[in-house]
Structures are given as C-alpha cells and as structure tokens.
Design a protein around this ligand. Structure first.
Ligand code: FAD
Length: 310
C-alpha cells in the first residue's frame, strides 16, 4: 500500500555543508525540517581529508566537520532521512518531493544537491585521491608549496586554478589533449606570460604513479608520435569538467543551459518557495564556506517565505 506523503515546512534536498546549514537556520526558526540525502550526510566533505580553509579550524578532517554540522542541524530539531529525489513538483503553496521510496510535501524546498567533479579514469587516480590527486586548487594548493604539480585539462577551470597554483608551487605543467587551450583568451594570455606555467600538448594522460603514500610522477603519451613520457610531480589537479547534480529539477525551469541552478542573491529561484544553495548554483567559488553562507540565507529565506504564505 502506498504510504501517505509526510508533510514538512521545509524539505532540504542534499545534506552537504549547505543543506545542513540551511536545516540549522530553518529548524532554529521553529519550522519542521527534513534533510533528504541519497548518500551519507556530509556530501563532498566525506571525500576530503584535511580542510584548512574553513574558519575556526586550522585543520579538520572532512567527515569530522560533517559530523559537527550534522549535530548542529539535528540538535536544533531538523530530521535527516534517506531519499533519492527524482523530481519536485510545484503547486504554489505546497511542493511535492518525489523520491524512489515515496513522496513528501513541503511548503518550501531548498535544493542543495551539489556538484561532481568528473574523473579522467586513469590508473592511480582513485588510489592517490587525497594523497596528491585533487580537484580543487583553492582547497589543496597550499599542500604543494615549492613542489612540481600537474594540471590536467585546458578549459577555464584548468587555467584559472593552474594560475592560482603558481603562487605556491615550483612549477605547474598543464597536460592537455588538444594542441590549444579552450580557456578564455585573457586567461591564456596570463598563463603564457607566467614563467612557472609549462604546457604539454596533444597528450593522452595515462597514469598517476607513486610509492603508495604519495605521488612521484605521471605518465602520458604523445597523440601524434605515440611516444611515452614520464614527468616528476607531487600533485595532480584534474579539471576535465564539473557536473551539477540537477537531473531531478529539469522540469522546474530554474536551470541555465549548462544545468546549474540560477538564483538571486537571496538564493531564491524563479519559482516562489524553491531556493538553491551551494555548489549546485551557477557561481564562481564552490567551497564549504560559500555553501554554508548560502545555507543560512536560504534557511532564513524559507522562514520569511512561509510567514508570508500564512
Ligand atoms: P555537496 O557537499 O556536494 O553535497 C550535496 C549532497 O546532495 C550530497 O550528499 C549528495 O549525496 C546529495 N544529493 C545529490 N543529488 C541528490 C538527489 N537527487 N537526492 C538526494 N540527495 C542528493 N571546499 C573547501 O572549502 N575546502 C576544502 O578543503 C575542500 N576540499 C575538497 C576536496 C575534495 C576532494 C572535493 C571533492 C571538494 C572539496 N571542497 C572543499 C569543496 C566542498 O566540499 C564543496 O564546495 C561543498 O561540499 C559543497 O557543499 P554543498 O552543500 O553545495 O553540496
């Protein structure tokens, strides 16, 4: 028998740092709040070893920060439940959240489903994740002071983050599969003018090698000549694309043409009562600190929205 849809004031889809902060703020405003996640709470923080740029902690393990944020949200009264959200239907004053296990009804919905960095899928990538392989220079660049690092990719993110890395690394070698970059002209200009940036063109990125604890080198082959090369490196930063987790929201008309959710500066989408926060938004800096700030705004925004409904 199909169960009755449970009702909440606010349903938050995704229990990463953004979602858990939104839950904290909405629950403290005395709203009934459910965080739904298809994985374990914490989101991308569960894949992060040391976090050194979240204020208040000189260094903290990602899962430990997740536990603390979860305690803040649930101690304030927010509930957490498993649910793979497949779609959201807007009926004005209520929204239906469809999951694989049944439906929920809410007055307001906060989308906090994050994003996923694409992997290149080479040997060593998973083994050295967090031990030298990174998808975020702003997060991990400081671990590679005066070291040789490699950036894989040739788009805006690869070059922007590569330029960022030149501030601490000894050298930054961009390994790219084409014979020219895809990044904006201004970024290319800056990259070519930077003495620390080097470029390997027409390369198939083949393997990340190490001693089991740390990366020692990478291997690539020349697409034109077929020659194999090895390059010493301590860090490998991979920028072959980042994908927003928005398949469940395509019907709402709130996504841009690349699939990111568009909001205003109060985290409101164009659908009244539907907010979006964190990495899933169309924005420049995808970090825990930004997700958390946006979570506060959306939690409070949901409260204001519900007050106005009454
Ligand atoms: P996420 O953390 O992505 O959480 C989204 C949640 O939504 C996930 O739990 C997911 O399971 C859930 N979800 C997705 N789709 C659905 C669905 N359809 N139904 C139900 N649930 C769903 N940032 C820093 O500030 N400092 C760092 O040092 C740092 N290091 C990083 C290291 C790595 C390896 C990675 C990958 C990221 C790192 N980041 C770091 C970035 C940071 O983790 C993200 O910016 C942050 O987690 C984004 O938070 P969020 O709340 O937007 O979403």
């Amino acid at each position: 028998m199909k169960r009755m849809a449970k009702k909440y004031d606010v349903i938050i889809i995704g229990a990463g740092p953004g979602g858990m902060t939104a839950a904290l703020y909405a629950a403290r405003a005395n709203l009934s709040v459910l965080m739904l996640d298809r994985g374990i709470y914490g989101g991308q923080m569960n894949n992060t070893a040391a976090i050194e740029n979240y204020p208040g902690f000189t260094s903290i393990l990602g899962p430990d920060l997740g536990e603390k944020m979860y305690a803040s949200a649930t101690n304030s009264g927010a509930e957490y439940g498993y649910g793979n959200v497949s779609s959201v239907e807007d009926h004005g004053a209520t929204k239906t959240v469809h999951t694989d296990d049944g439906d929920y009804i809410a007055k307001a919905v906060i989308i906090a489903t994050g994003a996923e960095h694409k992997h290149v899928g080479v040997p060593g990538e998973e083994e050295y994740a967090g031990k030298g392989v990174s998808y975020c220079a702003v997060c991990d660049g400081a671990f590679f002071k005066d070291e040789d690092v490699v950036v894989v990719g040739g788009g805006d993110s690869a070059i922007e983050e590569g330029l960022y890395l030149t501030q601490m690394a000894k050298s930054v070698t961009v390994i790219h599969r084409r014979d020219q970059l895809r990044a904006q002209a201004i970024l290319q200009k800056r990259a070519f003018a930077n003495d620390k940036m080097k470029f390997v063109w027409n390369a198939n990125f083949e393997e990340i090698q190490g001693d089991g604890n740390a990366i020692t080198s990478v291997r690539y082959s020349d697409k034109v000549t077929g020659e194999e090369h090895e390059l010493n490196a301590k860090g490998v930063f991979i920028y072959v694309g980042i994908k927003p987790m928005t398949d469940a929201f395509t019907n709402l008309g709130i996504l841009n043409d690349q699939g990111w959710v568009i909001t205003d500066d109060q985290m409101k989408t164009t659908v009244p009562g539907i907010f979006a926060i964190g990495d899933v938004r169309a924005k420049n800096l995808r970090q825990i600190a930004t997700a958390v700030g946006e979570g506060g705004l959306a939690g409070q925004g949901a409260f204001n929205y519900i007050q106005d409904l009454a």
